[in-house]
Design a protein around this ligand. Structure first.
Ligand SMILES: Cc1cc2nc3c(=O)[nH]c(=O)nc-3n(C[C@H](O)[C@H](O)[C@H](O)COP(=O)(O)OP(=O)(O)OC[C@H]3O[C@@H](n4cnc5c(N)ncnc54)[C@H](O)[C@@H]3O)c2cc1C
Ligand code: SF4
Length: 506
């Protein structure tokens, strides 16, 4: 199959067992509250069959030579990284923000690198498990989420130091046929409407954290997996249907309530192979790294969506040509261009890992993601500013269509007489959905924290940046050193952490 269809995906979803907890109900995948998430997922299938998008949305499997959906591809070349970024950007435009499927591709790419390195160092067979899993994923165009963020308990304590040992996902039993895991992963996007959940560690693990060095993949409805969910929806439309009104999501706190994972689905087990514990942090950082590179596709798109809305509402408000509106829209475009440029430049500096996977530069990727995270609320403020207060006080849609006050509302929403009332209404209704709906608000938090908060990007950047070498310029200019060094930064990748983590195991 390679490039699946939305109908095949939906058929699989409808066969899954109900394990989605919403309020006091346990719902299945046919529940209408999942439709908004399915709408986003649908784009990832339909566009892979659309001639306008095929080039970026499909790839050639390095395992089989078959054409596959790019969301299941392991980046082999620089061009793969460019196309992944472009795909994420184009699809994010179609849904006005997050396309929701990148966690899977980013987890697969991270596992391709890390399982290979574990096996090379320890003679284990995690990479073979992974390759078998990847082949199946590519063949069936499987949608996966990544459950990385542990609930974490007391933030400053390591996993083994927590008062409750279940604050990080852990192995409670290692059996000949597999493991039993217990714990919970927070903020899991799209998990109620994916085929598979890929679990990875969220941070570095020391030698006392062997039970927490665990990674595996399971079907999202596997026995013991409980999805405590939050539907993120927009306002229901009654008269003026629009693409944006169809898009939402469902997040979950994913609970692993003593769940059995068969051996062939395990990619890291620090209990069985304590020497593999040092790879937990490497895997955590690798997933975050690939995901932040995906952000250099979706965040420019999000900025462009906001800039586009800002430009349209500024036109409708008659202020488009004012210098303050121009300056503010320009600011959002500047951020979009710089974040995108960071993603492209990080791919230009990409290097091949021993596994064959292409990996972008860590400093540039994190710089792009950090800027996007820091700017998201500023961009929202600009759109709010140019739109005015109506986006938070717009009368309900039905009122515009009431025989009684409908004509009055359509009269009083008017600005430039050449712009029809319905267009103005549509524009403000769209921005209401973007900024003051449940889903709109959650997307702002996602813009800051998703893939790691700006502080975490700062940690990643400073961990890889050679500040001592940088200081050489100042030392020369201050006359402390006699010559200026040729300062040229080398490509940095998360592989640098392996040596550091190895030392901490001793
Ligand atoms: C909408 C949305 C979707 C998401 N989707 C996913 C997903 O699909 N899969 C997934 O795995 N994750 C997902 N995330 C999680 C995201 O990666 C985390 O929210 C992010 O990494 C921050 O972690 P946290 O929420 O636990 O906050 P915390 O880590 O608790 O951070 C809160 C504050 O505490 C600080 N802090 C935390 N620990 C320390 C420490 N040890 N020392 C000093 N300061 C500290 C942080 O810097 C921050 O300022 C999503 C998040 C959002 C908002
Ligand atoms: S936030 Fe961006 S990178 Fe993450 S899933 Fe959504 S579109 Fe992909």
């Amino acid at each position: 199959m390679g490039v699946g269809t939305y109908e095949q995906f939906l058929e699989r979803m409808y066969k899954m067992k109900p394990n989605i907890y919403v309020g006091d109900e346990v719902i299945d995948r046919k529940d209408p509250r999942l439709a908004a998430g399915f709408y986003a997922m649908r784009q990832t299938f339909d566009c892979a069959h659309d001639d306008r998008y095929k080039d970026v949305c499909t790839a050639t499997s390095h395992l089989t030579g078959e054409t596959i959906n790019r969301f299941t591809h392991i980046h082999q070349t620089q061009d793969d990284l460019f196309k992944k970024q472009e795909m994420t950007k184009l699809l994010s435009h179609r849904v006005g923000g997050c396309i929701q499927r990148c966690m899977g591709i980013d987890a697969l790419n991270a596992l391709s690198v890390v399982t290979y390195e574990i096996d090379a160092a320890l003679g284990t067979d995690y990479n073979q498990n992974f390759i078998n899993y990847l082949k199946w994923t590519q063949e069936h165009d499987i949608v996966a989420n990544c459950a990385q963020t542990d609930v974490k308990g007391e933030r400053l304590k390591r996993p083994h130091e927590q008062s409750d040992p279940d604050m990080y996902l852990r192995i409670v039993e290692d059996r000949p046929d597999g493991i039993i895991v217990r714990g919970a992963k927070s903020c899991n996007s799209a998990s109620p409407y994916v085929d598979e959940i890929i679990a990875t560690p969220t941070r570095f693990m020391g030698s006392k954290d062997n039970a927490y060095a665990v990674s595996f993949a399971l079907p999202a409805d596997w026995p013991g997996v409980k999805l405590a969910s939050l539907p993120g929806l927009r306002h229901k439309r009654t008269h003026i249907d629009a693409p944006i009104a169809h898009i939402g999501d469902m997040e979950s706190l994913t609970i692993f309530d003593d769940v059995f994972v068969p051996n062939e689905r395990i990619f890291l087990n620090g209990v069985r192979h304590p020497e593999s514990t040092r790879f937990a942090g490497f895997l955590a950082i690798m997933f975050a790294h690939f995901h932040r590179h995906s952000y250099t596709g979706c965040k420019p798109a999000t900025s462009e969506v906001l800039a586009s809305s800002a430009a349209l509402v500024a036109e409708y408000n008659g202020i488009e040509k004012t210098s303050h509106a121009q300056e503010k829209i320009c600011h959002i475009i500047t951020v979009a261009e710089l974040v995108y440029a960071a993603g492209v430049a990080s791919a230009v500096r990409a290097v091949k890992m021993p596994s064959g996977t292409m990996i972008p530069d860590e400093i540039l990727t994190n710089a792009g993601r950090k800027l996007a995270g820091e700017e998201i609320f500023n961009e929202v403020a600009i759109l709010t500013d140019l739109a005015g207060g109506l986006i938070a006080t717009l009368p309900l849609e039905d009122e515009f269509y009431s025989d009684d006050i409908g004509p009055l509302l359509n009269k009083y929403i008017m600005r430039d007489p050449s712009i029809p009332a319905e267009n103005i209404h549509r524009c403000f209704r769209m921005i209401e959905d973007q900024l003051v709906s449940d889903f709109g608000a959650s997307q702002m938090t996602a813009g800051l924290h998703g893939g790691g908060s700006p502080q975490m990007e700062a940690v990643a950047m400073m961990g890889g940046y050679n500040v001592e070498k940088l200081k050489g310029i100042a030392k020369y200019l201050a006359g402390i050193e006699p010559d200026i060094p040729i300062y040229k930064r080398e490509t940095v990748t998360p592989r640098r952490v392996l040596e550091k983590f190895e030392k901490t195991q001793k």
